[in-house]
Design a protein around this ligand. Structure first.
Ligand code: HEM
Length: 396
């Protein structure tokens, strides 16, 4: 089977190809030497397997042919993943994320959503991606950190620059320079915030990360800074895309939108279903730590493995009528793998879901005449690693 993962056709609608792969080549050898895994049971098994690791530093070595630790954008990613691979360190971050102000997350998101909508509600039309979906998660995280958005750094711009380092291809010199500049500005900013919070602890996430302690173990300042930066990087694009993907589906299937408006108690189901149907983080990556045989295929030590979470989410072995967008979908024994599973399960799953829920509810309530023009002509971002629209022009 020939695959072109970069083709606009595949990016616009990967699901028929994934269905064929699940049937004919569920462990598919990509040209790069990595494997693409598409069946739910296989993805689930490998997400939990101790034979695989989320070792991003080795991916960078493969991409650039050198250790990237002297480049700030990559050093920060490497520091973060290294600390997340330790169960103890990971527990500390989860503990901080669930403490203090962070538990009031829904109210925080609501406040941010309303503040943003107030700024442009009089306009009557806008690109929702730019004016709402991107700024919302950034503003929410700033609220959680108790820092003012305008405080001296354009988080949105710097994070966007730095997040390029997560793309699965090497950056050119100019892009690398921009990613590093963004990374260094964020690093300097958070170092100063850590210093200030160290002098006067509060209820915010930075303070919670500084005091989080378990069995005498604490996070170092460098780990806290990498964590804060990666929370921005991992949290804003995924959530912005999830929000626009959800809105697109609700307008593409008007009877489902009307059902949701008639039965608002279906909101959480509708968002879970939209994230199953069109996940904004459709792929995750692992490296084989040793060679092993998997369903008759020999995987080599060091091989890269792409786990297609959104293919798993459309697997008919698990989901009835998987290609139907159905907000009253009956519960299944196995859950969608939208946020991964096991030791690297998304740290922001609850936050991301709440953000999309609040955003959809608030938009439908405050802009009851919302319309997406030319919905079938919306363009997808040209990557198969993330799933998101280029823009979402709307009127109301
Ligand atoms: C709806 C929005 C989101 C989606 C669909 C999503 C999805 C995912 C997925 C699929 C993974 C990879 C899991 C794996 O490799 O096994 C992940 C990891 C992660 N996510 Fe999210 N995410 C979302 C929102 C967020 C938010 C809001 C944050 C933080 C504020 C966040 C922070 C992270 C972090 C830090 C990781 C790495 C965890 C680890 O590898 O240990 N995510 N997310």
């Amino acid at each position: 089977m020939q695959l072109d993962l970069q083709s606009p056709e595949f990016i616009a609608n990967p699901y028929p190809t994934y269905a064929r792969l699940r049937e004919q080549a569920p462990i598919y050898p990509l040209e790069s030497g990595a494997w693409l895994i598409t069946r739910y049971h296989d993805v689930e098994y490998l997400l939990k397997s101790p034979l695989l690791d989320k070792d991003v530093s080795s991916i960078y070595v493969q991409l650039y042919g050198r250790d990237m630790n002297d480049e700030p954008a990559y050093r920060i990613h490497n520091n973060f993943w290294a600390s997340m691979s330790s169960l103890g360190r990971r527990k500390l971050v989860v503990k901080a994320l669930n403490a203090g102000r962070v538990s009031e997350v829904r109210a925080l998101v609501q406040k941010s959503a309303d503040q943003l909508i107030d700024k442009w509600i009089e306009l009557g039309q806008a690109d929702l991606m730019n004016v709402f979906a991107y700024p919302l998660p950034v503003q929410v995280i700033c609220n959680m950190l108790n820092i003012e958005l305008e405080q001296s750094l354009d988080f949105f711009a710097e994070t966007k620059l730095m997040s390029r380092a997560a793309e699965p291809h090497p950056l050119n010199a100019a892009e690398l320079n921009e990613a590093n500049t963004g990374a260094l500005r964020l690093e300097m900013f958070f170092r100063e915030i850590c210093r200030q919070r160290g002098e006067q602890l509060g209820e915010d996430l930075v303070s919670q990360l500084l005091i989080a302690e378990e069995g005498g173990e604490r996070l170092t300042e460098d780990e806290i800074i990498s964590n804060l930066i990666v929370l921005f990087v991992a949290g804003y694009g995924t959530t912005a895309n999830a929000l626009c993907n959800t809105l697109r589906l609700l307008f593409l299937y008007p009877e489902q939108r009307e059902l949701l408006i008639a039965k608002p108690e279906l909101l959480s189901n509708a968002v879970d279903e939209a994230l199953r149907f069109n996940s904004s983080a459709p792929i995750t990556f692992r490296t084989a730590m040793e060679s092993f045989e998997f369903n008759g295929v020999q995987i080599g030590a060091g091989d890269g493995i792409f786990l297609a979470l959104d293919s798993a989410n459309h697997d008919q072995e698990i989901f009835v009528e998987p290609d139907r967008f159905w907000i009253e979908r009956p519960l299944t024994v196995k859950k969608p793998l939208t946020f991964g599973l096991g030791s690297h399960y998304c740290l922001g799953a609850k936050l991301g879901t709440v953000e999309v829920e609040v955003a959809v509810e608030t938009l439908f309530r405050r802009l009851p005449n919302l319309i997406i023009d030319n919905i079938d002509q919306l363009k997808w971002q040209p990557t198969w690693i993330f799933r998101g629209l280029e823009s979402l022009p709307v009127r109301w």
